[in-house]
Write a protein that binds this ligand. Structure first.
Ligand SMILES: NC(=O)c1ccc[n+]([C@@H]2O[C@H](COP(=O)([O-])OP(=O)(O)OC[C@H]3O[C@@H](n4cnc5c(N)ncnc54)[C@H](OP(=O)(O)O)[C@@H]3O)[C@@H](O)[C@H]2O)c1
Length: 283
């Protein structure tokens, strides 16, 4: 079994991005600038945002955090995003999810100008992804593609099974694997005989949010297993795959933590740089 080291790969990409930011600064006399909108007091969101800010600072990008309390109205949040859309000094905008229950997340995300939608969650970028057009791609699946490339894992003609069909991971992941010429099956909570399907997977991506759900009886010998899950059990942070159970039979696997997570943030930085460059028609 070989570990797919997301941390190592992310650090390598971040060093390249740092150099790119330095070059852009020399050329344009300013650096890409990410605005992060954080609503409410969800502890995990504050941790994710702190890590995003640190990563921006590492590559030398500007980052502005805008914090609002969870009583903010949908209208006020929309106005805030409109202002960021119209601010020439801001190249990328993300709204940290989840938002408070009274706010419709997709409605808010769709307000972000598609050229600044560096999470790639808005319908315009998703539609472009689906249509095979250049776009800002959802950071988590994009990071997984980068990880597969880093380890020279060829997807052409492979059976790829994606478990989970969320808008931010499962669905865009399936399209990106399809673009890599894999034969893709998408599974979800209503899938019948899940184990029979996952056992056929040469590449198995699991994004369901169920601790240690995938066990060795569900995995093909030698498979490439990508564990997106971030769960907490009695022993701390763990993935959707039972790592200890499957590690002897898989070919490659991402650890949790240190697998997909670090790449998600890195691809967010990458997207912000892409958004900056496309403004200057450099992309
Ligand atoms: N590492 C990272 O950077 C990163 C980024 C994003 C998410 N995550 C983690 O990835 C996990 C998934 O996140 P998400 O946002 O994609 O989750 P989500 O929106 O909750 O979607 C979960 C998906 O899993 C499916 N599912 C749930 N239980 C299942 C089961 N028993 N069998 C088959 N499918 C099942 C659901 O099916 P239905 O559609 O039928 O309900 C749904 O499509 C979470 O642990 C999250 O924390 C990690």
């Amino acid at each position: 079994m070989q570990l797919l080291d997301g941390k190592l790969t992310a650090n390598k990409i971040k060093k390249q991005l740092k150099l790119e930011v330095e070059m852009l600064k020399e050329k344009y006399n300013r650096v890409p600038h990410l605005a992060i909108v954080l609503v409410g007091e969800v502890e995990a969101s504050h941790i994710y945002v702190r890590n995003k800010i640190k990563a921006c600072q590492f590559v030398g990008m500007d980052v502005t955090l805008i914090q609002k309390d969870n009583t903010i109205t949908t209208q006020d949040l929309k106005t805030l995003i409109h202002n960021l859309n119209n601010d020439d000094n801001i190249d990328g905008i993300i709204v940290q999810l989840p938002l408070p229950k009274h706010i419709d997340e997709q409605q808010i995300i769709n307000v972000i100008n598609s050229n600044k939608d560096v999470d790639g969650f808005g319908i315009e970028n998703k539609g472009k992804l689906f249509s095979g057009l250049p776009c800002l791609k959802s950071a988590t699946p994009y990071g997984i593609i980068k990880l597969l490339e880093e380890y020279n894992i060829d997807c052409v003609g492979k059976n790829a099974v994606v478990v989970g069909r969320s808008n931010i991971v499962g669905k865009p992941m399936s399209i990106m694997l399809l673009d890599k010429h894999a034969t893709v099956t998408i599974c979800h909570s209503k899938t019948k005989n899940l184990q029979e399907i996952t056992k056929q997977a040469d590449i198995l991506v699991v994004a369901i949010g169920r601790a240690k759900f995938i066990t060795k009886d569900m995995v093909k010998q030698g498979a490439v297993v990508i564990d997106v899950g971030m769960n907490r059990d009695e022993n701390g942070l763990c993935g959707d795959v039972d790592f200890e159970d499957v590690k002897e039979i898989v070919g490659y696997i991402t650890p949790v933590p240190g697998g997909v997570g670090p790449l998600t943030i890195t691809m967010l930085l990458n997207n912000t740089i892409e958004a900056f460059k496309s403004k200057f028609k450099e992309a």
